[in-house]
Design a protein around this ligand. Structure first.
Ligand SMILES: [Zn+2]
Length: 446
């Protein structure tokens, strides 16, 4: 038993009092919250948390790890979504197993150091030679000691058929479905403490056919896995849906059997009132990606209205070519400020922290992570507000977002410390940066 004792500040993502910390069992779960002024009910070893702010491990619900190879790439630095994609697809088509492995390691390390313990990734590029892309991701997640929902993405609608991606990046429905089934059978874990989960993720309305959407939904139902896609990200996408399918985005979603609680959507910006009500009634979830939405000038998601309608909302950093960071604590700050622009300054800091933790857990369909309570996994992010930027701050929890914390000092996943003193034990960061940067230059050079 380990007592995380007397934290400087603590955010439980619920109404429980953990003013004097919490107790982690040897099996990696939280067994007790210790209220202010109280002591644990059992003998424990002690971790002195008096200089730390403790949060549930942050949860990222939308990302494309491979895009760390094309960050801040000049030709698309100032472009909106469609031309941004059209310029990047041919570069991404040159992805290799080794460059993906390095990209995933970089994204995971960056996320972990920002306090993130569980990440979703949406990988939809399977050019020749990349058949093992998800397998590569699984082994990187396991060796980093994090949790992940890895989605088997897909693209079937090439340029020749009226879609956006080039022919070389799309696959046949047969190949996609066979690989999806293989991955679910091989890797998908269920129940509390799951490390790797698999979900199915046709990429977006403008890159897949309705058939693969419907067939993916049927397979997800059969194996009880989740469904993920991009939806209502831009007005261009809405116009595409109207002209290609004669439907608005939510009607399109319903027409392919996706309007349900198994589905979470990347972005979810351009919904009208009636569509928000339908999404809420269905329990369809949204991954809010504020930085990407500002970077590409896509629009502002109506997060408070979505939540009021019953839509679970979490946060995503989105791909690293449209953020271009993979930093979850900074993403919570961005979400707070973007939503304040829409709804006013009364949007509380705790609400943004809630999206990054409990909200994101709900988005991924998990009830074992995202808050501090007895029985939950011991996934913790500890921040040490001792840098210049925190000097003079008063509320330690609020200071994380308001003063711009960007790095956790300690991170625990399932009871094991995965970040110690602001570093990942055993990871050669300088070596990783050197190899990853070289792979990124090579990918762009062609
Ligand atoms: Zn995305």
């Amino acid at each position: 038993m380990l007592w995380i004792k007397n934290p400087l500040g603590i955010f439980t993502a619920n109404d429980l009092d953990a003013g004097n910390g919490l107790v982690v069992s040897d099996d990696g779960t939280i067994v007790e919250l210790v209220p202010s002024g109280a002591e644990p009910s059992m003998p424990c070893s002690v971790f002195d948390a008096s200089s730390y702010v403790v949060l549930p491990g942050l949860i990222n619900t939308h990302h494309h790890f491979y895009q760390t190879l094309t960050r801040a790439w000049g030709p698309v630095a100032n472009a909106p979504l469609f031309p941004w994609l059209q310029n990047l697809y041919p570069v991404w088509a040159r992805l290799t197993p080794r460059s993906l492995e390095l990209a995933v390691q970089v994204a995971l390390a960056e996320l972990l150091l920002s306090g993130c313990t569980t990440a979703a990734d949406h990988h939809y590029l399977f050019p020749d030679g990349m058949e093992d892309a998800i397998d590569i991701e699984v082994s990187a997640v396991r060796s980093m000691g994090m949790r992940a929902t890895l989605t088997r993405g897909s693209m079937t609608l090439g340029e020749d058929d009226g879609g956006l991606p080039p022919r070389t990046t799309v696959q046949s429905p047969e190949a996609i479905l066979a690989d999806s089934e293989r991955l679910i059978r091989k890797y998908h874990e269920t129940g509390p403490g799951a490390v790797v989960q698999i979900a199915l993720a046709p990429c977006s309305p403008f890159s897949v056919t309705k058939e693969i959407m419907a067939e993916s939904a049927a397979m997800a139902e059969r194996f009880d896995v989740r469904l993920h896609t991009h939806l209502a990200e831009t007005i261009d996408e809405e116009d595409f849906c109207q002209s290609m399918f004669g439907l608005r985005t939510v009607d399109y979603l319903e027409s392919v059997g996706w309007l349900g609680s198994r589905t979470w959507l990347g972005h979810g910006i351009h919904f009208n009132d009636e569509e928000i009500a339908r999404l809420g009634a269905a329990g369809t979830a949204v991954a809010h990606c504020p930085t990407s939405n500002m970077r590409l000038a896509s629009g502002t998601a109506r997060v408070l209205e979505l939540e009021a309608a019953g839509v679970p909302v979490g946060l995503g950093v989105d791909g690293s070519a449209s953020n271009d960071a993979s930093n979850m604590i900074l993403e919570a700050r961005q979400a707070l400020y973007l939503q304040r622009l829409r709804y006013g300054a009364s949007v509380p800091v705790s609400r943004a922290l809630g999206w990054a933790t409990r909200g994101s857990a709900a988005v991924l369909g998990r009830s074992d992570i995202g808050q501090l309570a007895p029985g939950m996994q011991a996934d913790l992010a500890l921040f040490k507000p001792d840098e210049l930027r925190f000097s003079g701050s008063h509320d330690p929890v609020a200071a994380l977002l308001l003063c711009g914390a960007d790095r956790a000092d300690r991170v625990m996943v399932g009871g094991s410390w995965r970040v110690v003193d602001g570093a990942i034990p055993g990871l050669d960061v300088a070596g990783l940066i050197a190899e990853h940067s070289a792979a990124a230059r090579k990918l762009v050079a062609g």
